[in-house]
Each structure stands twice: as structure tokens, then as C-alpha cells.
Design a binder for this molecule. Structure first.
Ligand code: ADP
Ligand code: MG
Length: 388
């Protein structure tokens, strides 16, 4: 049983405020990923959890116990770093068991048993007699994980552990980390700047920006209902298209188009049914549409869709799709079309969209105030955390 709780946690380094008041609960056995651009405070947050940094303000609780001022070695958490931090002069075996031996709490037999089990779990028995310089990056990272596992910690804290591996190995290790977590069930906080890694690994994902939490949600929810513009543009590749539009009579109006915004029986968020004030009387918004929710078409199959004109500027064949950069009025819009779609720069095309996948953001605060899917189905729950 290990839950981690961050309460209004803050950390400053002289005049740099790295972490600006985090509130977060990591559930027992959860795999939580913290993602955000470089410098947003991810590592600092993890180091605070490990006790390697002392909080400027706020509290950290483990299973309800205040550990804010507790030394790292008293916390029983294991941290794994991007650069592995193995001792170069020690074999894999020594690297893994060194911490247990120096703690002095374990008999040789216990240590041997833990080593054997970890080596089996990670499939690293062959590496135990090698020194790090005779191991590949992936092998070193496995040994570093082995060192974390043998301690049988209450929580794993992983800071970009796969960043130094090549793309193929990273994907393989991602799957192995998921398997390992299923097997051990240890509460895990995993930090990365890579949104794909966050989406594939996290049971829940925390998106951070500039020392603050922008949204906490399961990956699909982040993708489908981003709470603000920052999350909308950070999660998903290629990024969501953003267009400045006017709002008029339930339509989004741009220089180049005017499209109806679906509103279900419940009305859009901010609209009280019958109030006659769609979107709370707002007159402008930023319309967000993901490239994969747009398509090239002569005529839309759905009568609710009103296709709009665009000019193709650049095409990028991605193999499994074709990315077309188009100009729509004065704006650039990326469209992820079917592979081998026959379009060339200069072509005048019609663009259709998935009407259930339109998003509106406040132009000033960046907060989402409408997701078409939510307006059509269950009451949309947006604006939970943070603005842009
Ligand atoms: N020991 C330190 N001394 C001074 N500034 C630091 C220190 N550690 C981190 N920072 C600053 O705090 C901010 C957050 O850093 P960090 O947590 O490493 O971000 P991330 O891991 O998300 O890239 C950055 O502006 C960074 O320069
Ligand atoms: Mg970092």
C-alpha cells in the first residue's frame, strides 16, 4: 500500500521558482506519468518526492505520513535516472546489490535471492558479470532498473529512463515497463518530455507547464477533452489546428468558412437550454480541430458537415497517412489524409471535418469551454484544472 500526496508543493532555487504549488494524489499501485516541456519542473517534482530536494513550501505525504522533511534513505523509494548512474568499475551484480549490502539490513542469502529474482524478471542474468562499459544502453538501463527492484521499494520514481535509448529500443522498453508494472504493482511516478511515451505508459497523465499542473486525466481523456489550449497542442502529433473564429448563432465563423457547432439536447457548456445565449454570450473563440479529424473530400457524406475550401501548399507522405499543409483563408491547416491521396501543392480542395470532434477555447485564458463530443453526449466536464 503506497499512496503519494503532494499538497501545495513549492520549490524555488534562488529566484527561479521551479514548482509553483502542486496538488496531486498518486493512488496505490498507479502508474502515473508527468509530462511537459523541458524546464517545466518535472525532475524537481520527482526529486522532491525522492527527498533529494527539500521543499520550499507545502507537504508530501506517503500513506498519509508527512515525509516532507524525511531524508531520502528513510523514504523507501527507488529512483531511476536517464543516465543510469551505474558505477563503472563494478559488475552488473555489484551495481545491483551494492545498495543492499551497504544498508546492512540483509543477509547474503537474502541479497542473493533478491538479485536472482530481479535478474530473472528483467532477463539480465547474462549481464551480471559484465561491467557497464561492456553493456549496451538498453542493458545498462535494465541493470539500473534491477538495482531499483531489489530494494523492493514502496514507490518507483523514474526520470526519463528511456531518453538515451534509440527509438526501437525505447518502444520495446516501454512495453517491458508496462509488463513489469503489471507484475509488481508498485506505485510508480514516471517523468518524460515525450507525449507519446506519456500516452502509452500512463494510467493517468499529469501535464505540467512552467511549474504548474495544466491537467490530470487518463490519456484518452487528455486527447479527447483537453482542458486548455496548452494541453490540446502538447498532446497529439501532428498538433491540433487552432483557428481564430467568431461565434454567431451557434456557428464558428472564419474568413474562409462558417460551420455549425453541434449542440445536443443539453446545450453546449456555458449554455442554459432556452437561454438564447449559446456559449454564455461569447463572440469569439479559438476553434481546435485535430489533423486526423479533417479529410479531403468533394462532398461530405454527413449532411451536418459543411465542407470548406482550402489550397494545398505542402504534402508530406508519412506512409500510413498523408499530411497536407493547406491554407484556409489566411490560416495554415494540417490535414491527415488517407495514404496515397492524390493531391499536390496548388490544388484547390474541399475539407470536411468530424462534427463531433470540434473544440473551442477562450482566446484570452486558453481554457476549453466546448467539446462537441461532450455537448452531444454526456454533459461535458471541462475547465477542471488550469488555464493556458
Ligand atoms: N539545482 C538547481 N538550481 C537552480 N535552478 C534549478 C535547479 N534545478 C532545476 N532548476 C531550474 O528549475 C526549473 C525546472 O527544472 P527541472 O525540474 O529540471 O525541469 P524538467 O525536468 O521539467 O526539464 C528550470 O528552470 C531549471 O533551470
Ligand atoms: Mg528533467
Amino acid at each position: 500500500m503506497t499512496t503519494l500526496q503532494l499538497q501545495d508543493l513549492k520549490k524555488s532555487f534562488d529566484d527561479v521558482v521551479a514548482v509553483k504549488g502542486l496538488d496531486l494524489v498518486v493512488e496505490d499501485g498507479e502508474f502515473l506519468v508527468i509530462v511537459g516541456p523541458s524546464g517545466c519542473g518535472k525532475s524537481t517534482t520527482l526529486r522532491l518526492l525522492a527527498g533529494l530536494e527539500r521543499a520550499t513550501d507545502g507537504r508530501i505525504l506517503m500513506d498519509g505520513r508527512d515525509v516532507t522533511a524525511v531524508e531520502p534513505e528513510e523514504r523507501n523509494v527507488a529512483m531511476v535516472f536517464q543516465n543510469y548512474a551505474l558505477y563503472p568499475h563494478m559488475t552488473g551484480r555489484r551495481n545491483i546489490t551494492f545498495g543492499l549490502r551497504s544498508a546492512g539490513d540483509f543477509t547474503d542469502e537474502e541479497i542473493e535471492q533478491r538479485l536472482e529474482q530481479a535478474a530473472e524478471t528483467l532477463d539480465i542474468t547474462d549481464l551480471l558479470d559484465r561491467k557497464p562499459k561492456a553493456m549496451s544502453g538498453g542493458e545498462r538501463q535494465r541493470v539500473a532498473l534491477g538495482r531499483a527492484i531489489v530494494r523492493d521499494p514502496d514507490a518507483f520514481l523514474l526520470d526519463e529512463p528511456l531518453s538515451n535509448l534509440d527509438a526501437k529500443l525505447r518502444i520495446q522498453m516501454r512495453a517491458e515497463l508496462t509488463k513489469l508494472h503489471d507484475q509488481l504493482g508498485t506505485t510508480t511516478v514516471y517523468v518524460t518530455h515525450d507525449q507519446t511515451e506519456a500516452m502509452t505508459l500512463g494510467e493517468r497523465v499529469v501535464v505540467m507547464r512552467d511549474g504548474r499542473i495544466m491537467q490530470v486525466a487518463p490519456p484518452q481523456e487528455l486527447y479527447d477533452s483537453p482542458a486548455n489550449r496548452f494541453v490540446a497542442e502538447f498532446i497529439g502529433d501532428p498538433a491540433m489546428n487552432m483557428l481564430d473564429v467568431g461565434l454567431d448563432g451557434g456557428r464558428a465563423v472564419h474568413d474562409a468558412f462558417s460551420i455549425p457547432l453541434p449542440v445536443g439536447e443539453r446545450g453546449g457548456p456555458g449554455e442554459r437550454p432556452g437561454s438564447g445565449r449559446p456559449f454564455g454570450g461569447r463572440r469569439s473563440a479559438v476553434l481546435g480541430i485535430r489533423p486526423e479529424d479533417l479529410s479531403l473530400t468533394d462532398r461530405a457524406a454527413d449532411p451536418a458537415v459543411e465542407p470548406f475550401p482550402a489550397t494545398v501548399e505542402v504534402t508530406e507522405p508519412l506512409g500510413d497517412s498523408l499530411l497536407a499543409h493547406c491554407s484556409v483563408g489566411g490560416s495554415v491547416v494540417k490535414i491527415q489524409a488517407a495514404p496515397r491521396t492524390d493531391v499536390r501543392p496548388g490544388d484547390e480542395i474541399e475539407v470536411a471535418y468530424d462534427p463531433a470532434r470540434l473544440h473551442l477555447f477562450d482566446p484570452e485564458t486558453g481554457k476549453a469551454f466546448y467539446h462537441a463530443e461532450g455537448a452531444l453526449a454526456a454533459p461535458a466536464e471541462v475547465n477542471r484544472v488550469g488555464g493556458d
